[in-house]
Design a protein around this ligand. Sequence first.
Ligand code: NAP
Length: 321
Amino acid sequence: MLVRPTVRAFRTSRCRPAFAPPHNSNEFSRIPTPMTAQLIDGKQIAEQCRQQVRQQADAMLQQTGITPHLAAILCGDDPASQVYVRNKEKACATAGFRSTLHRLPADVTQPQLLQLIAALNSNPDVHGILVQLPLPRHLDTVAILDAVAPLKDVDAFHPENVGLMLQGRPRFVPCTPSGVMRLLSATGIPTAGRHAVVIGRSDIVGKPMAALLLQKGADATVTVCHSRTPDIAVLCRQADIVVAAVGIPRFVRGDWLKPDAVVIDVGINRLGDKLVGDVDFDAAVDRVAAITPVPGGVGPMTIAMLLENTLTAARLQINHP
Ligand code: NAP
């Protein structure tokens, strides 16, 4: 009789500091071929990160009288964006932050939106600015994101912040890839010397993800795939770590994955009333060493990293160490 093994949650007792990749150690790969994947519990790790942010925000308030303040801009009434913004507002409240939501109609003009961003840029009471994407099609997203003051750019989309991150001296790290790196470090999964295949090359996820895995300290060997990459299955079969950020439900199939692979599923796709990732979880879970669930994997980390960036933004602006 075939018995489906139970998935075990891969939890950690610490969020920070990151694991120190053991020198010349392949601890993770020495684990015998698993019967079932370790489930990387993003909810639990994110909760630890949020608690740490809360403690640091409380300490900052005591020492300076200042509370980090995130201003979010939502244009139009896209239902998914409304949910994301609401979740970010709730996360701010639980971290002890202030948050302000600026709702603009879907037909807001580019000058009107730029004017609001300019006002928030020059308001010393606002530490972080978040423009919820996607913007209505008539707006120039690049110009809008470029208008956010780099010191308040908690999504890390501004070219100045992208450049600093690429040079390995980040001011802010883009929230989703930063959350992925934190999941790996918090669960003790080494990246040094490992072959990471990132599927997707968006400015928000794929490109910064590849850059973070490649940077000194992370030291992975990185392959980036996109819609013009042939034989993605072949590349995935060589991967120690697969990060899927494609936006296609269950794109990565179970037989694309090595038995000792670590699989990070960034995808969030709605199928009927269900959320599914970019990886065929049911096919992968019995094959690989570790995997993030959807929901409950990368998603909660993205919001936790937004809180960290907002705290950093407040510190930078009030010169608080
Ligand atoms: P995106 O901007 O649409 O980028 C998708 C990437 O996948 C592109 O680089 C595209 O290649 C590539 N791609 C599309 N079809 C492909 C194919 N058939 N084969 C190989 N590559 C293909 O999406 P995104 O913003 O990066 O988001 C990706 C996924 O992550 C989505 O499901 C999104 O909802 C999710 N997401 C989750 C979080 C979170 O917090 N968990 C945050 C952000 C995004 P080209 O560049 O060649 O077009």
